[in-house]
Design a protein around this ligand. Structure first.
Ligand code: FES
Length: 81
């Protein structure tokens, strides 16, 4: 999975699987966001960071699988089951 920052305080988590061919979105660490959008490096589909919807490319209209992210009282990020 990976986490993207939305503005200064919010984050979203997604499984690292492109809905086009179920391949990883990245080739290397921290290579998910390009020009403000999530981009799959396989065939360059583009996804909105805030909801994971594919807005351009081979799987337009589909979406990334979300992973719930929360914060503890101390401010640490945790995965919500
Ligand atoms: S596998 Fe992501 S666009 Fe094809």
């Amino acid at each position: 999975m990976f986490v993207v920052r939305i503005g200064e305080t919010e984050v979203r988590g997604y499984l690292n699987l492109c809905p086009h061919f179920s391949l990883p979105l990245n080739h290397g660490p921290d290579q998910f966001v390009h020009l403000g959008h999530i981009r799959c490096v396989q065939h360059f589909a583009i996804f909105r960071p805030d909801d994971g919807v594919c807005v351009s490319g081979a799987c337009e209209g589909s979406r990334l699988d979300p992973v719930g992210i929360g914060r503890t009282a101390e401010g640490m990020m945790v995965i919500q089951a």
